[in-house]
Design a binder for this molecule. Structure first.
Ligand code: BTN
Length: 321
């Protein structure tokens, strides 16, 4: 999608119909150019309505990400972050992994990810404006081996931000999925680099569904949920991103000082499978069954198995229906 197509999408962000003629006039281009640019946006997965006689419309509107708005919502914490908004990139994690020389607190938020990545090689699907997708660089003095509970700590920050907006019914699935009883609300992808004994750096990628248009639901291969369903007054994406960053700064400071042990109790309060019978599918194809009892100080899942309490640091948790 070219820059002009993005300008057109900004003109359409109010969710109202705009005729091709009006758009062409505002942009000082021909109607054919408007048609071609908006067709390319649709090819990139932007959901646009085009109705003869009425024009074009983004059916759900779009609140663009705005660096200044995010900074305003961040208040005192703004100095800790350097924020960039990218219109269209394959993946904010992939992009920040190419920029690891940048300062701690660098944030890259994407309007549209064309190849969003999830854990275990999965894809992360989102459309224009329906999700918050961003990555953050954070530096640690400790070594890579001390980062083992980091992804769970990030889950705690997400839960705290959700609590601030009165989100109902959300919890954490080990290691760091954010779930409601209707499905997945968000996920965390952490990619770390550095020395075994320090220093180290993490690219922390977070994706949260803010709304779920049918076109996105169809692309996702599992039940999903969204912020606009679980919050009575859902925050805008700029406000929610700022809230997440504030909580992340607090949680990551705590993690740097005292490790995951200091956050473990909070993680367990939100554990959706606590004391439930689960099975853990291991990367080698084997399966372990047991009762989920919580997590260890370094973020491993603790299962009560027939052989007693066991800790696991890999695998995918499931429940039999
Ligand atoms: C998962 O649940 O498997 C993790 C999903 C993480 C998605 C986010 S969206 C922002 C960042 N960029 C990516 O490509 N992935 C993460």
């Amino acid at each position: 999608m070219n820059g002009r197509a993005w300008q057109l999408l900004h003109l359409l962000s109010d969710g109202e119909f705009h005729s091709g003629e009006d758009l062409a006039r505002e942009m000082d281009v021909s109607r054919a150019t408007v048609f071609n640019d908006l067709s390319s946006a649709m090819e990139e997965g932007v959901q646009l309505q085009r109705i003869r006689g009425r024009g074009y419309r983004l059916p759900h509107g779009w609140q663009p990400l705005d660096k200044n708005d995010i900074g305003r919502f961040l208040g005192d914490s703004a100095a800790r972050f350097a924020i960039e908004v990218a219109l269209q990139i394959p993946s904010s994690n992939t992009e920040l992994l190419r920029r690891t020389g940048m300062q701690s607190g660098t944030v890259l938020a994407a309007e549209l990810q064309t190849a969003g990545r999830g854990r275990l090689g999965r894809q992360w699907h989102s459309g224009l404006g329906n999700a918050l997708t961003f990555s953050l660089i954070w530096r640690f003095d400790c070594g890579l081996n001390a980062l083992s509970g980091l992804s769970l700590a990030v889950g705690v920050a997400v839960m705290r931000a959700l609590d601030r907006f009165g989100a109902k019914d959300a919890g954490l699935k080990w290691p760091n999925d954010i779930l409601t009883r209707h499905g997945k609300l968000g996920g965390v992808l952490i990619e770390a680099q550095g020395d075994m004994y320090g220093p180290s750096l993490a690219v922390i990628g977070i994706g949260i569904n803010c709304s779920l248009p049918a076109v996105v639901t169809r692309a996702i291969d599992q039940p999903a949920d969204a912020l606009d369903r679980i919050c009575e007054n859902p925050p805008g994406r700029n406000e929610f991103l700022a809230a997440l960053l504030r909580e992340l700064a607090l949680v990551l400071d705590e993690f740097s000082r005292n490790g995951f042990a200091a956050l473990r109790g909070q993680w367990e309060e939100h554990h959706v499978h606590r004391n439930s019978r689960v099975f853990l599918s291991m990367p080698d194809g084997t399966e372990v069954g047991g009762i989920a009892r919580g997590v260890s100080d370094s973020g491993e899942l603790v299962l009560e198995t027939a052989q007693g309490l066991r800790r696991y640091n890999a695998g995918e948790v499931g429940m039999r229906s």
